[in-house]
Design a protein. Structure first.
Length: 371
């Protein structure tokens, strides 16, 4: 599946770049923050690591595409969640926004309403989030918002999203500006503001309605391209997979130590980090997901031994979790014009269950564990 607008003359590897592009007011030595704020979580469940399934489980057969005719008039299946949604909202391209995930920035606001959530390491072993909203217009407060990194841009492109951020690293700036990408930079957009209850750089927020109005004022086309084929595929209804038991899933990030616990009642994975529930400040609700995709990528440090580079234009391995089970997967992205696609061990595109999905993009030098 190809993108409708082509990005040419890019290198096959991308780098995190320098953080100077965020502006002096946004500069923060994240490597120092790691040394001074390394958490000591408590209460983490004990699990028996099982990074690689001991046998190849039988895969659930790939379902045929859903028929829109099964839905009431005026509804469609969301390209992001596979759930019914009003056609007016589901036909609009989503907005992806960078979210601060340092310990002083939690709990965050608005992210429990994201349809997709990505977590990737940046400098000093810390992670940053990218929340993807099909329609953020009714969300009153989103943030704290942080600066762009180039590899997040490519995952935003996987979903045809307008990309929003507050500042950027030098390489992210070069990528976005040279390709004339549709982005919303909070340092120049009018709707972003600083709250008084937190210190900079952990206090930049925006209302969802401001994001949509900024996209409109910048002249961005919010409609999906004609003939758009969604990046993700979904079952029509909740469908079990045949895999290893995965009631607790640990993600190999050192700083926030994220993990998920499967709830058998609502069949959702509840997220934890920093040793406690990962909640949304505005609602008090814990983040939960129907699907988790762990994607292993080759990454390395640049010459400054701080910023990261990673290869996304290749193929690799990963793990897919849903309904308390895990199966091994592979992923492919041929080049910058391609979308990241995920396949089971039989070579079929994996079918996600309807609901929210968490993407954990991890170094291939480490492994998730589950039990």
């Amino acid at each position: 599946m190809r993108k409708k607008y082509i990005m040419a003359l890019l290198c096959l590897t991308i780098g995190a770049g320098l953080a100077a592009g965020c502006g002096r007011a946004e500069t923060v030595d994240d490597s120092v923050a790691l040394v001074t704020a390394t958490p000591s979580p408590t209460g983490t469940p004990t699990v028996t690591p099982s990074a690689t399934p001991t046998s190849t489980p039988e895969e659930t057969p790939t379902e045929a595409p859903k028929s829109e005719s099964t839905l009431p008039e005026g509804q469609m299946y969301s390209y992001l969640t596979g759930e019914p949604i009003d056609t007016a909202a589901g036909s609009r391209r989503p907005i992806a926004i960078m979210i601060n995930n340092l310990q002083p920035a939690v709990p965050q606001s608005g992210i429990n309403q994201a349809d997709l959530l990505y977590e990737i390491e940046v400098e000093g072993n810390i992670t940053r989030l990218m929340a993807v909203f099909q329609d953020p217009s009714n969300i009153g407060k989103i943030g704290p918002v942080r600066s762009a990194r180039p590899y997040f841009v490519y995952f935003a492109m996987d979903n045809e999203a307008v990309y929003s951020h507050y500042g950027w690293s030098q390489q992210a700036q070069d990528l976005i500006t040279s390709q004339n990408m549709e982005d919303i930079n909070g340092m120049t957009a009018g709707g972003f503001y600083r709250s008084e209850d937190r210190k900079a750089p952990h206090n930049v927020y925006v209302a969802g309605s401001s994001l949509t109005s900024d996209a409109d004022s910048l002249g961005y086309n919010r409609a999906y391209p004609e003939g758009y084929a969604p990046n993700l595929a979904f079952n029509t209804t909740d469908t079990d997979i045949s895999g290893e038991v995965a009631n607790t899933v640990h993600i190999p990030f050192k700083y926030d130590d994220p993990y998920f616990v499967f709830n058998t009642e609502d069949r959702q994975y509840y997220r934890y980090e920093y040793g406690s529930e990962h909640i949304d400040q505005e609602t008090g609700e814990q983040l939960k997901f129907k699907n988790i995709i762990v994607q292993y990528v080759s990454e390395w440090h640049l010459d400054d031994n701080v910023h990261l580079d990673m290869n996304l234009f290749t193929s690799g391995t990963g793990v897919f979790f849903t309904d308390g089970k895990a199966i091994p997967i592979t992923w492919e992205k041929a080049d910058q014009n391609d979308n990241t696609e995920y396949f089971d061990s039989n070579g079929n595109k994996i079918m996600l269950n309807p609901g929210k999905t968490m993407f954990e993009i991890c170094s291939d030098k480490n492994s998730a564990s589950w039990s």
